[in-house]
Design a protein around this ligand. Structure first.
Ligand SMILES: [Zn+2]
Length: 242
């Protein structure tokens, strides 16, 4: 194998690791956002449950006040009834009192119903509160792990980049420029092996002279179809006979 190919393969190995590391790093922020959203959605679930209890309690208080007002009216009508001497007025007041009493009974029933709803809503608050607390704990743990992973990946990337620069410095400028162009356009696969007489990048079947010139190790050979830099090793012959 040409020495420059060996150097390029080492370089490509680092570049692939760099690409993988960068890809992993790119996932960190969306993951962090998803975790934060998960925690805040359980928290807002809890807030909603609490709000429901509050609304039901307000409604129950309103009914209670309404009933109180009616009871005061009943008292007032009873006094008026006691004071009046007119039969007609007495009867009219009796009717008013009966209406008020019926309305109070209805309001009491509604309050009982609301109290049942309040009890159920309070149970929901307790459940939502546990769910939110559990989610927060889990998310906090995961966020800590994520931050640690990010730090490690940053460090790894820094080392890989430094190492890559060192390796790249050993390759001549024009070959390096060619390699880097290919790497950019071919998704991290610039230098490929010939496998079973076929390009390891685009799968083109080569005529024998390309395989031969690659075997001779005289100059850099590229694929006429995809332009990738080719290399040939004896191990590949073994692979062919397999
Ligand atoms: Zn090719």
């Amino acid at each position: 194998m040409l020495e420059v190919i060996e150097k390029l393969l080492l370089l490509q190995d680092r570049d692939r690791k760099i690409l993988r590391t960068e890809e992993e790093l790119a996932h960190i922020e969306p993951e962090r956002k998803a975790l934060q959203e998960k925690a805040s959605s359980t928290q807002s679930g809890l807030e909603n449950a609490k709000l429901k209890v509050k609304q039901l309690e307000t409604e129950r208080k309103r009914l209670e006040l309404e009933a109180e007002t009616l009871k005061t009216k009943i008292e007032k009508y009873s006094i008026q009834q006691f004071e009046t001497k007119k039969n007609e007025e007495f009867r009219a007041l009796t009717k008013e009192i009966d209406n008020c009493k019926a309305a109070v009974i209805k309001l009491d029933d509604q309050q009982i119903e609301l109290m049942e709803q309040i009890e159920a809503a309070q149970k929901e608050v307790a459940t939502a509160s546990k769910v939110a607390a559990d989610a927060k704990k889990l998310v906090d743990d995961q966020l800590t792990q994520l931050a640690a992973r990010e730090t490690n990946l940053d460090k790894e990337l820094e080392q890989l980049t430094a190492n890559r620069e060192e390796l790249a410095a050993h390759v001549d400028d024009s070959t390096r420029a060619r390699y880097e162009r290919l790497l950019k356009h071919k998704g991290g696969s610039a230098v490929v092996g010939i496998q079973h007489g076929v390009c390891g990048g685009c799968r083109l079947k080569f005529p024998p002279q390309i395989v031969l010139s690659c075997k001779q190790d005289q100059e850099i050979v590229t694929c006429p179809n995809c332009g990738r830099i080719l290399y040939y090793t004896k191990d590949m012959d073994l692979a062919v006979s397999d």
